[in-house]
Write a protein that binds this ligand. Structure first.
Ligand code: ATP
Ligand code: MG
Length: 421
C-alpha cells in the first residue's frame, strides 16, 4: 500500500523545532503585552466572499492562491489566506470596532496555493496585530516601534530594514493609477508578461515586478508620491518625524505597494537580505476603508502580519537562538538499578512539588548503561538514584563534577539550589 504523506507545502513541525516556535511566540507575546494588546482567536474557515470583498478580486491571493471549496450545504468556504479580513469580520460581528479603540493580536495557520520553496509554503503561520479606531499617525508609529522592539529582543534588528511608503487616499491612488497606466500603455512592448496582464487588472502591482526590463521602464514612470493628497502627505511626514525621534531607521521605497487592495496611506515591510528571494518577514499598513467595505461603520485601522517560518529561518541563519531554548527538561532522573523505578517516580513527584519551575524527565525504560545514557540527554542536571544501607542516595551531575551520596532528605534542597544557580 502506498504510504500517505503530508500535503505538499504543508509541514509538520517536529519536536526539535517546536521549542524555537515557542521561544518566538513567548517573546512576541511579552512584547505585545508591553503595548497593552489583547488576543483574539478566529476560525480558520470563512465565507469565500469575505476574502473576495476585502483582499480584492484581482489580487494574486484571490485570483489563484485560495483554498476554496463547497461544504455539504453547497456554501462556498475558504481556508483563510490571511488574518485581517477575519479579524475585521469578528470585530464587527461582536461590536468591538465602532466608536472605540482596539489593539488586537492573533496567531495561526494561513493557507495559500503557492509554489512551495524555502520561506514559501501552502500552510504557513502568521502572528498578526490589528488596531482599530485610531486615525492619527501616532498609532502607525507605535505599531512600527513595537515591531522594531521585537526584532531587537530577538537579536535580528541589524539584519532587517524597514521599507516605508504612503499609498495616499483612494482618490489620490486612482489618479496615480490612471497616470501610470497611460505611461505604461505607451511602453507595452517592453513589459514582461505578468505586468502586461496586471496593466488591466492591478497596475500598481507592476511597481514591484521582479523583471529587470520592467523595472527599467519604471525608472521614468510617474511617482506615486507626486500624487499624494495633502492629508496623506501630512500623515506620512508626521509618521517619519515620530520614527526619527524614536530612532527607528527606515528607507522610503516609492515602489512599495503591497499585494492586498485594502491598504491606504502607510504601508511598510521589514525585509532581510539573509533569506534569498523570500526576504519579507513582516508586512502591513493602514486600511481605513476596510471596515466600511465589509459592511461596518467607517473605522480606521492599522496592522501587520509577520511570517513565523521566515522569522525562524532568520533566527537559525543568524544563529541567535539562546542555547537553552532547545532543552525541554532541566533534570534527568534515573534509577541505578532495577526495583527502584517506583521510588524514583515518587521522588520525581516530590521534586516537582518542592522546586517550582523545575522540569523533570524520568528515565522509564531499560537500565543498561543508564549513567552514560542519562548524561547524553544533555540535561543541565542529571540525577542517578541508588539503594544503599542508609536508604536512597543520589549522585547529581551539573556539568562535569558529580556530587555523590546525597541523602534522600537533602535532595530537594540540593536540586533547588543547583537549579536556581
Ligand atoms: P510575498 O510577497 O512574499 O508573497 P505577501 O505580500 O503575499 O508576501 P502578506 O500577505 O503581506 O505577504 O503576509 C505577511 C507575511 O506573511 C509576509 O511578509 C511573509 O513573511 C509571510 N508569508 C506570506 N505568504 C507566505 C507563504 N506562502 N509562506 C510563508 N510565509 C508567507
Ligand atoms: Mg504572496
Amino acid at each position: 500500500m502506498a504510504r500517505i504523506k503530508a500535503i505538499r507545502g504543508m509541514n509538520d513541525i517536529l519536536p526539535e523545532s517546536t521549542p524555537v516556535w515557542q521561544y518566538l511566540e513567548t517573546t512576541v507575546k511579552s512584547v505585545l503585552a508591553a503595548y497593552g494588546y489583547s488576543e483574539i482567536r478566529m476560525p480558520i474557515v470563512e465565507q469565500t466572499d469575505l476574502f473576495k470583498r476585502s483582499i480584492g478580486e484581482v489580487t494574486d491571493i484571490v485570483e489563484k492562491e485560495m483554498y476554496t471549496f463547497e461544504d455539504r450545504n453547497k456554501e462556498s468556504l475558504t481556508l483563510r489566506p490571511e488574518g485581517t479580513a477575519s479579524c475585521v469580520r469578528a470585530g464587527e460581528e461582536h461590536g468591538l470596532l465602532f466608536n472605540q479603540t482596539q489593539r488586537l493580536w492573533y496567531t495561526g495557520p494561513m493557507f495559500r496555493y503557492e509554489k512551495p520553496q524555502k520561506g514559501r509554503y501552502r500552510q504557513f503561520h502568521q502572528i498578526g496585530i490589528e488596531t482599530f479606531g485610531m486615525a492619527t499617525a501616532d498609532i502607525d508609529a507605535e505599531v512600527i516601534m513595537l515591531s522594531a522592539r521585537l526584532w531587537k529582543r530577538l537579536g535580528i534588528l541589524d539584519a532587517v530594514t524597514l521599507q516605508l511608503n504612503s499609498l495616499g487616499s483612494n482618490e489620490a491612488r486612482a489618479k496615480y493609477r490612471a497616470a501610470l497606466v497611460e505611461y505604461l500603455e505607451a511602453r507595452k512592448e517592453q513589459l514582461d508578461e505578468d505586468s502586461l496582464r496586471r496593466l488591466e487588472s492591478n497596475p500598481l502591482r507592476i511597481l514591484d515586478s521582479k523583471d529587470a526590463n520592467t523595472q527599467s521602464v519604471l525608472d521614468g514612470a510617474p511617482e506615486l508620491s507626486d500624487y499624494l493628497d495633502e492629508e496623506s502627505r501630512t500623515h506620512f511626514a508626521e509618521l517619519c518625524t515620530m520614527l526619527d525621534a524614536a530612532g527607528v531607521n527606515y528607507e522610503i521605497n516609492p515602489r512599495l505597494v503591497r499585494g492586498l487592495d485594502y491598504y491606504c496611506k502607510t504601508v511598510f515591510e521589514w525585509v532581510t537580505d539573509k533569506l534569498g528571494a523570500q526576504g519579507t518577514v513582516c508586512a502591513g499598513g493602514r486600511y481605513d476603508g476596510l471596515v466600511k467595505q465589509l459592511g461596518g461603520r467607517p473605522t480606521p485601522g492599522v496592522g501587520f502580519a509577520m511570517g513565523v517560518e521566515r522569522l525562524i529561518l532568520l533566527l537559525e541563519t543568524l544563529d541567535v537562538i539562546p542555547a537553552d531554548v532547545r532543552q525541554p527538561f532541566d533534570l534527568y532522573l534515573a534509577a541505578e538499578h532495577k526495583g527502584l523505578q517506583g521510588q524514583v517516580i515518587t521522588l520525581a513527584e516530590q521534586l516537582r512539588d518542592a522546586v517550582p519551575g523545575l522540569r523533570v524527565r524520568v528515565h522509564c525504560a531499560g537500565l543498561k548503561n543508564i549513567g552514560a545514557k542519562a548524561r547524553q540527554t544533555g540535561a543541565p542536571l542529571v540525577a542517578l538514584v541508588k539503594q544503599t544501607d542508609e536508604g536512597l542516595t543520589t549522585t547529581l551531575w551539573q556539568g562535569e563534577e558529580p556530587r555523590f551520596d546525597i541523602a534522600q532528605a537533602d535532595l530537594a534542597e540540593v536540586v533547588k539550589s543547583a537549579f536556581n544557580a
